[in-house]
Write a protein that binds this ligand. Structure first.
Ligand SMILES: *Cc1c(COP(=O)(O)O)cnc(C)c1O
Length: 398
């Protein structure tokens, strides 16, 4: 049976009524028959049937034992870090999601958890960076916004040899394209806000564990700390997941076509998309991602200034200017002045985030409409960067 069929039929039919949609159990508590005698539910922070249905579905999607649904992607990341103790170290991908960087730096550093940032696209760097205190390896692949790819299977092997857990933030690829637990990772986290939810209408996070005992530890941490996903938002994520394979396939096809088009535009300098042969990690991406390369494309401009990028992001009509990704509607953003604003300029540029870098979350509109929208914005810019060239200015005025 195909994964898409399995997914759709992993969404349970309600036993009591036959309802084909999972019921929303909007309750805080459950009536007990006698103290401690209940139907498996006692208080809704600890457990809720709607949330439990989502957790089982996502655990199945990621081929894991246990799923735990959180109030946000960052709450999911936070719960994984809480597996550690003061003095432990994390070895993390250098191109890490900014919110994870902030959490590690401004919250966990003061509890004595240290993070070593490494270019994980080369396994040799990972091997070299291990210390005997490294207890957790943190990967994102593809990364944000330059879409670097790391070899999950190779790094999982190294982590196992060193006795450290490997957690992969699988938000960008989604389980429709990549299943890190099948490649040897111990945990997967998601911002379900993105492709799992898929409709830009909620904030949610998921942890999936390969091992049931680690799953129980994460559940304990969640119950103790409290960052649960609400019943209604759990239902919305289930509703989004029904079309995950369909959406991600189309997002990927659209993004691939947009990336190819961008490569041909004279105003564009570099295009970052793992599906392009020119991408430095294309071979690993092709091996570990099945069925597409995802819906995010980034590119820089020949005129490498924030002003030029801002002009482009303000002149598209279908691509809306907003942070986030993974929704039905196309979005674009300017990382240097939005998502990556807090990183000092030199450090940001060294990480490959140029002043003119633009990130696209390619949506589900017709791809020809998307290409003409971004093309028009870039054509208008060509007029700016050849300013002073009389012949062209005349042409543009006309
Ligand atoms: C958005 C995002 C997060 C954070 O998720 P929230 O749901 O916004 O808390 C974590 N990792 C990645 C890769 C993301 O894109």
């Amino acid at each position: 049976m195909s994964n898409a069929t399995k997914l759709i039929h992993s969404i349970p039919v309600d036993k009591q009524t036959g309802a084909i949609s999972v019921p929303i159990y909007q309750t805080s508590t459950y009536v007990q028959d006698a103290p401690g005698v209940n139907k498996g539910y006692d208080y809704a922070r600890s457990n809720n049937p709607t949330r439990a249905a989502l957790e089982t579905i996502v655990a199945g999607l990621e081929n894991g034992q246990t799923g735990i649904a959180f109030a946000s992607g960052l709450a999911a990341i936070d719960a994984v870090v809480k597996l550690l103790e003061g003095g432990d170290e994390i070895l993390a991908v250098d191109d890490i999601y900014g919110g994870a960087f902030r959490l590690f730096t401004h919250i966990y550093a003061k509890f004595g958890i240290k993070v070593n940032y490494v270019d994980t696209t080369d396994v040799a760097n990972v091997i070299e960076a291990f210390t005997d205190r490294t207890k957790l390896v943190w990967l994102e692949t593809p990364t944000n916004p330059t879409l670097k790819i790391s070899d999950i299977a190779a790094i999982a092997k190294v982590a196992r040899q060193q006795g450290a857990l490997l957690c992969v933030d699988n938000t960008f690829a989604s389980p429709a394209l990549q299943q890190p637990l099948c490649l040897g990772a111990d945990l997967v986290v998601h911002s379900a806000t993105k492709y799992l939810g898929g409709h830009s209408d909620l904030i949610a996070g998921i942890v999936v564990t390969a091992d049931a005992i680690i799953g129980d530890r994460i559940k304990f941490i969640q119950n103790a700390s409290g960052a649960i996903l609400s019943p209604h938002d759990s239902w919305l994520v289930i509703r989004g997941i029904e079309t995950l394979y369909l959406r991600v396939k189309e997002h990927s096809a659209n993004a691939h076509a947009v990336a190819r088009y961008l490569q041909t535009h004279p105003a564009v300098d570099k295009v970052y998309y793992p599906g392009l042969r020119s991408h430095p990690n294309h071979d690993i991406a092709a091996r570990q991602q099945k069925g597409g390369f995802g819906g995010v494309v980034s590119f820089s401009l020949r005129q490498d200034t924030a002003a030029a990028a801002k002009e482009v992001v303000c002149s598209t009509h279908l691509f809306k200017l907003a942070e986030s990704l993974g929704g039905v509607k196309s979005l674009l953003c300017h990382p240097a002045s939005m998502t990556h604003k807090s990183i000092p300029g030199d450090q940001r540029r060294a990480a490959g985030v140029a002043d003119s870098l633009i990130r696209l979350s390619v949506g589900l509109e017709d791809v020809d409409d998307l290409i003409s929208d971004i093309g028009n914005a870039l054509d208008a810019l060509s007029g700016v960067y050849v300013e002073g060239d009389a012949s062209l200015s005349t042409h543009i005025t006309a």
